[in-house]
Design a protein around this ligand. Structure first.
Ligand SMILES: [Zn+2]
Ligand SMILES: [Zn+2]
Length: 206
């Protein structure tokens, strides 16, 4: 399994392309579709799924372009699905940007699923807090955490629908029980390891 990291858009969202043997998935194509497509073309990839870790505008902005390029199905947690078509809920209006919407989802997730896509086995963990439908994706010892967990920090909980209490519950009861050697790939900023976060991230210390 290989992982391409492409920082996209004004908020530097990490768009991840996870692939193996010419097939792959795209996590959070937030913006800059051309850059993402240049990468998939360079690697000769067929993209078989698009998964949003949550519905904020900075993570969904290039859903349409990637979907059109590959006719790939779009996955999102049902509680963040309204963000796809509502520029207030996806915060693009809040950010002072042009109202942004995404094509509708093809599959709604609720957490606990194991998706078999592009030859990969992707486990979906529901980790509400930053948004009601935030998810983390676990595959091959790697955890894509969206805006739930960053290296040294966590996602904001001052947006409508966010909950600091739920975020702490997600961190302590869903993420922290994972193996310490888990590699963490967040929605913004550098990668980390769970062990390092449990030592140094103030939100993961009891
Ligand atoms: Zn967010
Ligand atoms: Zn974000």
């Amino acid at each position: 399994m290989e992982i391409g990291v492409i920082a996209v858009g004004g908020f530097a969202v990490n768009c991840y392309v996870v692939y193996e043997k010419g097939r792959g998935i795209v996590i959070d194509p937030g913006a800059d579709a051309k850059t993402i497509l240049a990468f998939t073309e360079q690697q000769g990839l067929e993209i078989e799924a698009i998964i949003n870790t949550h519905g904020h505008f900075d993570h969904i902005g290039a859903n349409g372009a990637i979907k059109n390029a590959f006719d790939a199905p779009l996955y999102i947690h049902w509680e963040d699905e309204p963000c796809l078509k509502d520029a207030k809920r996806n915060l693009s209006v809040w950010a002072g940007l042009e109202a942004m919407v995404s094509p509708p989802a093809d599959y709604l997730l609720s957490g606990g699923e194991v998706l078999e896509v592009a030859g990969l086995r992707v486990e979906v963990l529901h980790t509400p807090g930053h948004s009601p439908g935030s998810i983390c994706l676990s595959l091959g010892g790697v955890l894509f955490t969206g805006d739930t967990l960053f290296a040294g920090s966590v996602g904001r909980t001052d947006f409508p629908g966010a909950s600091g209490e739920k975020l702490m519950d997600s961190l302590h009861n869903v993420i922290m029980p994972l193996p310490l050697e888990t590699v963490v790939y967040p929605g913004h900023g550098p990668a980390s390891r769970l062990e390092a976060e449990m030592k140094h991230n103030p939100f993961l210390r009891c």
